[in-house]
Design a protein around this ligand. Structure first.
Ligand SMILES: NC(=O)c1ccc[n+]([C@@H]2O[C@H](COP(=O)([O-])OP(=O)(O)OC[C@H]3O[C@@H](n4cnc5c(N)ncnc54)[C@H](OP(=O)(O)O)[C@@H]3O)[C@@H](O)[C@H]2O)c1
Length: 341
């Protein structure tokens, strides 16, 4: 089968498609023939050698995708062969076939296309866990989403708007503003504009919740807009730019890493929280229950994932460069062949 084996870290051109043996499902596992693999920012970091949760190299990149179960291992209901699923896992999805424990092959959402299913699990679970499980947003809460046109960002804007929050989306370029407004944000602003946070303060009068994935000044300025009892949930720091051989970048990374002093939090009566979905994979029952709440909410509100661009599987290096360039919106996918059968 065709797969992208990460042997060395570096620029996008370290990624190439090679021919590998098909994996065989063991007890309690299923094999999925993937129609799409999804690109997650964590895989950009893994490729650069900067992702703490990555397994030992060499390994097949890819945390997510969607396709059809084509073989099951011992102890798995054989009637599941042929069923459409989305997959969420730690690695292995930049491939034509992936083997996962049966509980990580989640039945596809019928009202979604296969592309939308591939774009769903990581972004929507991340946003939902941050908003509903950690920050516990309520109707009427004012909320900032940073990198609001990206994968997690578009999901968060849709979910928060659906929950009845007043959403302010922040992005890195003006081309993305209209998309964020179209997803339900009250207003969208670019943090490249020098008066962005001043305008945001005037527009919102302070906020109750921030979902933050950029770091640096975006984290600090957003946090400063929290009202008493407000919470900032850190789910990533895409703005950090650590280059191993550049000591100045170590200093910048240290400066830009989100951090908080408890004394300052006490004075403002605010909180800082953080989440990483990966660590929840060891709690399948809890994840399952959260996923079912999310699935029901998405159906109730009628949310559809934003698929920004689809690349042929062989163009994986171009797809990584595109996401890294900050030009992408929503989810970027890799397609096998001509797509689903
Ligand atoms: N905690 C978790 O479990 C979890 C799960 C999934 C993702 N994440 C995190 O959530 C964030 C979003 O992930 P995603 O996969 O949906 O990616 P994405 O948002 O589609 O892409 C990353 C975005 O970050 C923004 N960004 C800001 N500074 C950047 C920089 N220096 N270089 C590159 N991008 C920069 C860019 O948007 P603008 O140009 O508009 O700023 C870019 O489009 C990432 O930080 C990721 O690590 C966390």
């Amino acid at each position: 089968m065709k797969a992208v084996l990460l042997r060395a870290t570096g620029r996008p051109n370290v990624l190439g498609v090679s021919e590998l043996p098909e994996p065989v499902p063991g007890a309690g596992e299923v094999r999925v023939r993937l129609a799409y693999a999804s690109i997650n920012y964590a895989e950009i970091l893994s490729r650069k050698g900067l992702y703490a949760w990555a397994p030992q190299r060499p390994y097949i990149l890819g945390m997510e995708g969607a396709g059809v179960i084509d073989e099951v291992g011992d102890g798995v209901d054989p009637t599941r062969v042929g069923s459409e699923v989305m997959v969420g896992t730690q690695y292995g999805c930049y491939a034509e076939k992936v083997v996962v424990p049966v509980e990580r092959a989640i039945p596809a959402i019928e009202s979604f296309t296969m592309e939308e299913n591939a774009a769903f699990p990581v972004n929507y679970m991340t946003a939902w866990v941050a908003l509903a499980e950690l920050a516990r947003v309520e109707k009427g809460d004012k909320l900032i989403v940073t990198a609001a046109a990206g994968g997690v960002g578009t999901a968060a804007v849709q979910l928060a708007a659906g929950l009845g929050c007043e959403v302010y989306g922040l992005v890195g370029s003006r081309e993305k503003l209209d998309l964020v407004r179209s997803l339900g944000a009250r207003e969208a602003l670019s943090y490249r504009d020098s008066d962005c946070f001043e305008r945001l303060r005037a527009l919102s009068g302070g906020v109750d919740v921030v979902l933050e994935t950029v770091g640096g000044s975006v984290f600090r300025e957003s946090q400063s807009l929290l009202n008493p009892f407000g919470r900032i949930v850190v789910a990533g720091f895409a703005g950090l730019d650590l280059k191993r051989w550049n000591p100045l970048s170590w200093w910048r990374t240290w400066r830009d890493l989100p951090r908080a002093k408890v004394g300052d939090l006490a004075e403002a009566s605010t909180g800082v929280m953080a989440t990483h979905l990966g660590y929840l994979l060891d709690e399948p029952a809890r994840l399952q229950a959260i996923f079912e709440r999310l699935r029901a909410f998405v159906a109730e509100v009628g949310i559809k994932p934003v698929v920004g661009k689809i690349f042929p599987f062989e163009d994986v290096a171009e797809a990584h460069a595109f996401v890294e360039s900050r030009a992408s919106v929503g989810k970027v996918l890799l397609r096998h062949g001509r797509g689903p059968d």
